[in-house]
Design a protein around this ligand. Structure first.
Ligand code: NAP
Length: 286
């Protein structure tokens, strides 16, 4: 029988450990701050930003919101980030994606100081991940790795299949698995014979963005299935990329949606922000 990996409970543990670290910094006279930039009025982005601000408040991190008009220019946005790079109250800078089409997201992300890149999307952070060096790691794949670890699921030597190759989930997840010693296949929309590939996976990670896309015939008996997707089904109900009820009984471990990877992403963001503040405090002390 499949065991659920409860992201909500694990995220709560991470947040409570982060709250202690924030308290320890405050005892030394150091506050922890996250700047959150949102451009335009995309309702999903607004919900994400509100959730992140609330999570910060819960652990004692101060958040500074910059809600910018949809017509903000790229130069204005980068100008704001450059100010925040120098702002001592700010340990992390998060620019909520997607950005309006007249703004080049890569240029904006790369204007964030790498030590404040708590989303882990900066080219320097990505380079560090590729080279398996220390650095900020992207939150969602970090959450996935932590979920595996929490259940003692060994990655080294395993055959892992990641469906999706986005810069924010699929690619970094694959890199983290490679760094952990797995044999990794990354699939995309052009992949041929997808079910043949996914059904060889000991660990299958779905980051596709299509409701219930992974069906039972695509999953090996006893596999670990991690569902990153956040979608709405035909009735408007939240669901993942995995057809949970059909797949569940074939798996050894599976993550639910909601309550799986989603809460882990915010917990990892909180942890990256605390880590950045601790590193800054250490630099000042030395
Ligand atoms: P994305 O940028 O749209 O990437 C989707 C990937 O899936 C692409 O690489 C695409 O291939 C691939 N794909 C699409 N159709 C496919 C098919 N038929 N067969 C195989 N691969 C296919 O999406 P994303 O940002 O990575 O997000 C993926 C999902 O995760 C979404 O549901 C998103 O909402 C969710 N998400 C959740 C969290 C969280 O915290 N839980 C965080 C981020 C994202 P091509 O590259 O060839 O187009």
């Amino acid at each position: 029988m499949a065991e659920l990996i409860d992201g909500k409970a694990l995220a709560a543990e991470i947040r409570s450990a982060a709250a202690e670290r924030v308290r320890a910094l405050k005892d030394k006279g150091r506050s922890v701050g996250l700047a959150v930039i949102i451009v335009g009025n995309n309702p999903a982005s607004r919900t994400y930003v509100n959730n992140k601000k609330k999570a910060c408040a819960d652990v004692g991190i101060e958040s500074f919101e910059y809600a910018l008009d949809i017509n903000t220019t790229q130069a204005e946005l980068i100008g704001l980030i450059e100010k925040l790079n120098k702002d001592d109250r700010v340990d992390g800078i998060l620019c909520q994606l997607p950005l309006p089409s007249h703004i080049n997201a890569d240029a904006v992300i790369d204007s964030i100081a790498p030590e404040k890149d708590v989303d882990g999307f900066h080219a320097v952070s990505v380079g560090n991940l590729v080279l398996n060096k220390k650095g900020m790691r992207p939150c969602t794949p970090s959450g996935v790795m932590r979920m595996l670890k929490s259940k003692g699921i060994e990655v080294e030597g395993k055959r892992c299949v990641v469906v999706g190759r986005s810069n924010i989930v699929g690619k970094p997840a694959a890199l983290m698995l490679i760094n952990a010693g797995a044999t990794v296949t990354v699939c995309n929309s052009k992949t041929r014979n997808l079910p043949e590939i996914t059904s060889q996976a000991d660990i299958l990670i779905a980051a596709v963005g299509r409701p219930k896309f992974i069906t039972a015939d695509m999953v090996k008996e006893g596999a670990v299935v991690i569902d990153v997707g956040i979608n709405r089904d035909e009735n408007g109900k939240l669901c993942g990329d995995v057809d949970f009820s059909a797949v569940r009984d074939k798996t050894s471990y599976i993550t639910p949606v909601p309550g799986g990877v989603g809460p882990m992403t915010i917990a990892e963001l909180i942890e990256n922000t605390v880590l950045s503040a601790e590193q800054k405090a250490e630099k000042i002390n030395n």
